[in-house]
Design a protein around this ligand. Sequence first.
Ligand code: C2E
Ligand code: CA
Ligand code: CA
Length: 672
Amino acid sequence: MATVLRQNPRDIAGLERLTNELLPLYLGVDNLQLAPGGVVRKVFPVTAHQGPVGHDLLNDPLSKEEAELTLVTHDLHIAVPAQLRQGRPGFVGRYPVFLTDKQGRQTFWGFVSAVVLLDTMKSFAQFDQLKQQGLAYHLWRSHPITGEPQTLLRSAEPLTKVKVTASIGVPRGRWQLTVSPMEPDSLFSSTRLATWLMVVLVAMAAGALTRSMLLRPVELAQMVRRRTRALESANLSLERQATHDSLTGLGNRALLEHDLNRNIEHVCHAKEQFAVLLLDLDDFKSINDSLGHRAGDAMLQAVAQSLGRCVRSADAVYRLGGDEFVVVLNQLSDAVLAGVIARKILAEVALPHLIQEQEIQLTTSIGVVIHPQDAEDAESLLSLADVAMYRAKKSGRNQMAFFSPALDHAAQTRLQLVDQLREAIKTEAFELHYQVKVDIASGQTVGAEALLRWRHPVHGLIPPTEFIPLAEETGLIVPIGEWALRTACMTAESWHQSLGTPLTIAVNLSAKQFQDAALLEKVRTALLHSGLPAQLLELEITESMMMRKPDEAAATMRALRQLGVHLAVDDFGTGYSSLGYLSRFPIQCLKIDRSFVQNVPDSDADSTIARSIVSLGKSLGLTVVAEGVETQSQLDFLRVHGCHIAQGYLLGRPLEAARFIEQLRKQEAAVE
Ligand code: C2E
Ligand code: CA
Ligand code: CA
């Protein structure tokens, strides 16, 4: 709401329409309020209790202090009035809206607030289950101004002496939840209490999760994970020294086992896979024997650093003792990629290390297991990794082996594929196919998206999903993407010339390309060489690419905008689509992901999501494109809800350049 207000503070009717669309998605929210100048003027939906209208938040002694606090913090604040104006207990998330004028000065507009009733929260968070389990509970917070404890929810039964408390982070504050057995002599151990506490906390987060599924899935999933983890570490009181190796600062075996168990639990829900790489240095003993223990220690530290350089931030490195290390690769999209990273590690470790002013080289052997494919528990994963590692040792030094022979085979094929990709770049064995984009209201063709294909000498035409992850992992995507950009611009300009009418061309960027410091120069060159007007080029990037380093991404995007090219968010709705964030980026277009369009209009949930993306996009002044439109009923639905552009098999499959233009000519002839 705040984002939309900032764009156009006068369009209250538009805001009301948007609010009515959004409210059903946030099941726990009872009503939303607008308070321009601090006085509540609107309560949405209109069917809600209108009691708060006229409430002067900044002058009522009961709300004044907490409301003023947000003017200082400029941030969301959760206030807990003793009684809501609607006459029921609940809490209010209040967000101060500041408008920025042309000179960059900020003026306070007023508040937007969301009201949650405690009864609703109680059922979300399954507080009743606690009672069935014989537990009493108390949810409270310290008042942010007075510091006095304030009760939010409590069971009828009082707390007893045995209790466990957890703290829950809310914007700008913390809430405390304490549970204790109603019968103090009952068999409740503190671990069982902690387990129940966890159930409630996770349910609270999960409640929030269903509400916000559309807008912030990744963030909330992380929140659940963080909370569970925070609680675990509080309850298990893991001692830090006991979990780290003092020589290298890496996690030790205890931490590895703990993390593996945590991973396994998480992955079960997320349907992800992860890899465990067990490394054993080749012939480390001879370094120790010939150069002494000090040099050996320095070597281990150097190896630890090399490993750190090979992994992403989501991964983790451990030292098990001696010359054994473990690397855990999380969130693997493809098990075989673990092999690519293992190769990278082999190469990095084999580089000369400067130890006591001498350059020393050594190699390592790596065994790779995949969860859940190879084994499902931590112990088996480690022992199978050991088996694989010995197989790697036996096949000679500086080798890696998967535990699973099938994966070993697949990895071999994949590595060959990497070589062939390198070759394909030299011979330009790629093609672009073009898929038409159609204006829904007028039926006019407005542009095309360029989609990459690899013409393989043996396997024929390979779709991008089969080689782009590999190209991305090896960095080969950068030259391939540059080729695609150049070619797409040339083709689009030739259409422009021969048809006389402008068509936009959309080109996909990969994460690596987006981070490439030379991107701007490459785009500029592609435009210059082809002669394509910049406003006809649209670059598609995904939400996750923007969210990784939002400030840098926004800077890159602003620079691209200055060239005149358009920017679109691809696969919208699948990632981290916090609306507040979106408005910070200079984008012109949202592409609703195919997965939502697919189930329209049959699935209510997906229809609501598709509809809200359209209205969100429109209220931010963006063009909304629906991808993967396959049926007439999908197209009709999109037309009714005002989506601008459609792309999908119904309107045309991706075609080679020559066939694409042939189709266009035919269409034009038919119209004339
Ligand atoms: P994307 O950007 O989401 O592209 C749309 C994909 O959906 C294309 O698959 C397209 O053929 C397919 N598609 C279009 N209409 C329909 C439909 O009605 N039904 C169904 N089931 N599918 C439809 P494609 O060509 O296999 O490309 C897959 C992905 O590969 C693209 O997804 C994009 O992420 C990536 N990609 C393609 N070309 C390039 C490129 O030049 N550079 C980079 N970095 N990535 C590319
Ligand atoms: Ca795309
Ligand atoms: Ca897409």
